[in-house]
Design a protein around this ligand. Structure first.
Ligand code: ATP
Length: 374
């Protein structure tokens, strides 16, 4: 058990690549924190620095209140699990699990009882005599996780440990992992580029992009209150719709121009947010589940007309891509709806259709710096 703290970490590789630009983060004792971000964001570099496998250019790593920045990996008492699990192919599962314990000179009986307990939890007791080549991908992964868990490490570092598994197994492992983390009361920093993994398993998510932290929040807060355009568009499936937008204010008649359509707003709406008049360029964002479909002849506030561009059925839900032809640029608005609701609308390509945008569901961002305005 332990607590992890990373302070203003910077990393510049020999070739000049600046992988980290002042990353600070902490993981509380027994907390499961996800480091989420796109490829190349600096996730693995952060993990490797914490494990002691990579030197820092600047900054410090603290584990259980001790500054371990210059300590060897062995002395840090962290356990790391990779996607490419590095089990020893010539050793049986039992020996693979025993290896880190033998390295720590534990008594034989202790080794046996620890392995039995972990194997039982991971449901790999029947596999202890097998070689890694005789295991399925999921079993191999459980053994790799087991090898980390037997160690009683202060901090567990996991680098996309289930990303290569098939979708079904991944779904099962997500649930299993969460249970294990609770059961072992593990302090865990888990790297992933998969928002579903992070949203379902994390106590908190640290969103990282281009070597900087974008936002730190509980999963639902990250979804509901993204602080930047990047956070808003990275989290959520299907992705948030975004369009350049303008605010028009004439005597008693205010509206947002979004995707070539008019979305009327009232004083009440304006009063609830900060003053928008100083912002040069706005970007409007609307989640696909918060746009509704409308019939092409429908009238009313926030209706924007277009044609069906694509329809994708996802079991119980349907995604409509509606092409809006207005303004200077063609735009597609993505709408997520239920199968039942979708039945009331044409699904043939190019059929006239409309969408309704409710200003209460519109996020606004400053195009200049990507910050969320409201
Ligand atoms: P992915 O999800 O693709 O694994 P990541 O978020 O883990 O990405 P990192 O592997 O930490 O990203 O890489 C961050 C940046 O540092 C990238 O631009 C990468 O190319 C660069 N980088 C990583 N290792 C080295 C190295 N040894 N030398 C030079 N550049 C490196």
């Amino acid at each position: 058990m332990g607590e992890l703290r990373v302070e203003t970490l910077s990393k510049t590789f020999k070739d000049g690549t600046q992988a980290l630009k002042g990353v600070s983060l902490h993981v509380e004792d027994r907390e499961a924190v996800f480091l989420l971000g796109p490829s190349g964001a600096g996730k693995t570099t952060t993990l490797r620095i914490i494990a002691g496998l990579e030197e820092v250019t600047q900054g410090a790593v603290w584990i259980r209140g001790r500054n371990v920045t210059t300590w060897s990996p062995r002395d840090r008492n962290v356990a790391m699990v990779y996607d490419k699990h590095s089990l020893f192919p010539h050793m049986a599962v039992f020996e693979n699990l025993a290896y880190p314990l033998r390295a720590r000179r534990l008594a034989k009986n202790d080794i046996r009882s620890r392995i039995d307990a972990v194997a039982d939890t991971l449901q790999i007791s029947e596999l202890l005599d097998r070689r890694p080549s005789e295991l399925s991908g999921g079993q191999m992964q459980r053994v790799a996780i087991g090898r980390a868990l037997v160690r009683d490490a202060d901090v567990f570092l996991l680098d996309e440990p289930i990303s290569h598994l098939d979708a079904q197994l991944r779904a099962r492992m997500r649930v299993e992992f969460k249970r294990l983390q609770r059961e072992f009361e593990a302090t865990m920093l888990y790297v992933s580029h998969d928002q579903l993994e992070a949203m379902t398993m994390a106590d908190r998510i640290i969103l990282i992009n281009e070597g900087r932290i974008e936002q730190v929040a509980a999963p639902q807060t990250l979804f509901d209150e993204p602080e930047t355009l990047f956070a808003a568009t990275f989290v959520g499936e299907p992705h948030m719709n975004t369009f350049p937008a303008q605010l028009h204010q004439e005597a008693g008649n205010a509206r947002l121009l979004i995707a070539g359509g008019d979305v009327p707003i009232d004083d009440d709406w304006l009063g609830r947010g900060p003053d928008l008049s100083a912002v040069q360029d706005l970007i409007a964002g609307i989640r696909p589940q918060q746009v509704t479909l409308a019939r092409p002849d429908e009238r009313g506030a926030g209706i924007i007309r277009g044609v069906v561009f694509a329809v994708e059925t996802l079991g119980s839900r349907v995604v409509f891509d509606v092409e809006i032809s207005g303004g200077s640029k063609q735009n597609v608005v993505r709408v997520l709806t239920s199968v039942d609701q979708a039945r009331a609308f044409p699904q043939e390509l190019n059929a006239p259709i409309a969408v309704r945008i409710d200003p209460d569901f519109v996020y606004l961002f400053d195009a200049a710096d990507g910050r969320t305005i409201r």
